[in-house]
Design a protein around this ligand. Structure first.
Ligand code: RUB
Length: 308
């Protein structure tokens, strides 16, 4: 296996690179490097090795649709290539285009989302989402007085990354433990979270605990926004597939010495928030309702949905 692919696979698997957008860009970049550095050989050899590289990248975070869509975007033209050079060139080009489009989408989401934050607002975010953090930072950069609350997000505590990023940008930020969400909700003017996956019925799959934020926001009538690039929309859900929830090692929650033997530790890392608890999805193609996800998915992913 080639070095760029190997190191990306281990970075994603061991959470050194995490977050749906970052892993998609890392996976796409690794495939681009793989193609560019591919030594001679036949087109068939390349296709076989590319398949192996793609499989290894997808297996590093097997339930992540962003990774799947990113990888798919890179390899979409290989089938029609007539030569090794053409195939290599298409992967390298598509990889670069995906990474650029993904970064561009983040800038647009920040711009659109910042309009949903008013001067003097206090907002809540969960885990560490580059899309959601980008919105809050943009509102602050526009001169709005915005205060942020961020959850710790057990067990990996990605909330510490969020408070560091927001504080470095000059945002007034408060860290809370996950179970403090309902007690602070009445003081919030809006909730902004990222997306790991969005299903065709508008449901959101995101870091475990997101559905509790949504429920508490719904109860307190606080607007709940999902900041998401459209490549996190899952085409498989159009055809009836359920989104598989990743379950990680129980040792991330508690070591064997911390719990009596025989006690099981369950560590699901994402949960599902129903569409009825979501006020808006802030995407690079605009602010949409959960009910529009299916149409936007068909338009954005187009014929790629049916090619795979
Ligand atoms: C991160 C998480 C993030 C989304 C979106 O989970 O759930 O909210 O991935 O992030 P993990 P982004 O840390 O387990 O990967 O907006 O950066 O794509």
């Amino acid at each position: 296996m080639f070095d760029a692919v190997k190191s990306t696979v281990s970075d994603i698997r061991d959470m050194r690179v995490r977050g749906a957008g970052r892993i998609a860009r890392a996976g796409a970049s690794a495939l681009g490097e793989f193609a560019q550095g591919y030594p001679g050989g036949s087109l068939e050899d390349f296709k076989r090795d590319l398949d192996a590289a793609k499989g290894a990248i997808l297996a590093s975070r097997p339930t992540a649709v962003s990774l799947w869509n990113g990888v798919q975007a890179c390899v979409r033209d290989v089938g029609g290539a007539q030569s090794l050079e053409e195939a290599k060139g298409s992967v390298a080009r598509n990889s670069k285009a995906f990474v650029e489009a993904s970064s561009g989408a983040l800038r647009l989401i920040a711009e659109f989302g910042a309009k949903r934050i008013r001067d003097g607002d206090t907002v809540l975010t969960h885990c560490n989402s580059s899309a959601a953090v980008g919105v809050i930072k943009e509102a602050h950069a526009q001169g709005k007085d915005v205060r942020a609350f961020a959850t710790e997000s057990r067990p990996w505590r990605q909330g510490l990354l969020t408070v560091r990023e927001l504080s470095d940008a000059g945002v007034d930020v408060t860290l809370i433990i996950d179970s403090a969400v309902r007690s602070v909700m009445r003081r919030m003017d809006g909730v902004f979270v990222g997306a790991d996956t969005v299903a065709s019925n508008g449901a959101l799959i995101n870091k475990i605990g997101t559905s509790q934020l949504a429920l508490a926001a719904h109860e307190a009538r606080v607007p709940f926004h999902v900041c998401t690039e459209t490549y996190k929309f899952s085409p498989m859900t159009m055809f009836g597939d359920m989104v598989e929830i990743e379950e990680r090692d129980s040792g991330e929650v508690a070591g064997p010495e911390e719990v009596p033997s025989g006690v099981r530790v369950y560590n699901p890392v994402f949960d599902a928030t129903p569409a009825r608890h979501i006020d808006a999805l802030i995407t690079e193609v605009g602010i949409i309702s959960p009910g529009s996800v299916y149409d936007v998915m068909v338009r954005q992913l187009g014929s790629d949905i049916f090619r795979t």
